[in-house]
Ligand binder design. Structure first.
Ligand code: SAH
Length: 273
């Protein structure tokens, strides 16, 4: 965990020049959308899998710099508690919540999703947006999420997934590429959708639904690369030349992994009975 914590503390500022404030992929329902429209659209798509309104309490697990939480509050009126292991992310998010006048309804804490220290049964929705792939102990993530959700509460998750289980030989063949991705995006534990469903079921969730949106998210990689090239100077100031060059390479690797059927992207819903 400390590798990912240090990495996210290091990259958070630079990534806003590449990804924007939403640190997740965009949902490109049309190629006319800007990255910021598409990343907000992904929030709307995920939110549409349940009912979110002004009475809804949400835990945002792996909250980045708070942008999805601000959007959920603005669009749907929900009250949100965001958690992240990155102190820098939480600091920026709380500062923005205060600037926006949202501090009573949207709060952020440094906490580990695998053991958050929050009270039992207090949230209607657990929002897990592109953070679960960074957590090795997904059974612990889902057990902890189950604990903090109310009965009838819903998990809404979207993330990169494996299209099929990788054999040792698959991993060895792509070893160099996986190492680049790890240095850029963190230590990950990718799973297939079937494995996600089985883990959720094992941790007490029911009514699972999944929606494959791999095709819709792929254009994100062109936007990241474009933004990285446009903002080269400032990103190099934050991350250094070699990390910057490797980020560009990582966009090509991810694109190749999507188009060759190694990686996909899925939205998942499950309910605590
Ligand atoms: N959901 C946000 C950020 C996605 S980036 C958005 O869509 O904008 C992944 C986030 O997960 C980062 O904020 C990182 O700090 C956080 N994270 C990674 N591992 C975590 C863990 N074990 N517990 C809590 N947060 C974690």
């Amino acid at each position: 965990m400390s590798f990912n914590r240090e990495l996210y503390n290091k990259i958070t500022d630079a990534w806003t020049y590449i990804l924007g404030d939403n640190l997740h992929y965009g949902y490109f329902s049309s190629d006319q959308l800007s990255l910021s429209e598409a990343t907000n659209k992904l929030i709307d798509k995920l939110a549409s899998l349940t009912v979110i309104n002004a009475t809804t309490t949400i835990i945002d697990v792996g909250c980045g710099v708070g942008e999805p939480a601000f959007y959920l509050h603005k669009q749907y009126g929900a009250k949100i508690t965001g958690i992240s292991i990155s102190e820098r992310g939480v600091e920026l998010a709380n500062r923005k919540a205060a600037d926006k006048g949202y501090a009573d309804s949207v709060k952020f804490l440094v906490a580990d999703a695998l053991d958050s220290g929050l009270a039992c049964g207090i949230f209607d929705v657990a929002w897990i947006m592109e953070s679960s792939h960074l957590m090795r102990g997904k059974d612990r993530l889902f057990t902890e999420t189950h604990r903090v959700l109310k009965n009838k509460g819903t998990i809404l998750l979207c993330d990169l997934v494996l299209k099929h289980e990788l054999t040792l030989s698959d991993v060895l063949k792509k070893k160099v590429e996986f190492e680049v991705l790890e240095r850029q995006f963190g230590k990950v534990k990718m799973e297939t959708v079937i494995r996600y469903m089985s883990l959720l079921g094992h941790c007490g969730f029911t009514d699972m639904e999944s929606i494959d949106i791999s095709t819709e998210v792929v254009p994100t990689l062109f936007c990241w690369k474009h933004n990285a090239i446009e903002n080269r100077e400032v990103i190099i100031k934050h991350l250094g030349q070699s990390h910057y060059e490797e980020f560009l390479a990582s966009c090509d690797i991810l694109h190749n992994f999507f188009t060759t059927g190694i990686l996909g992207y899925t939205m998942l819903k499950a309910v605590k009975p």
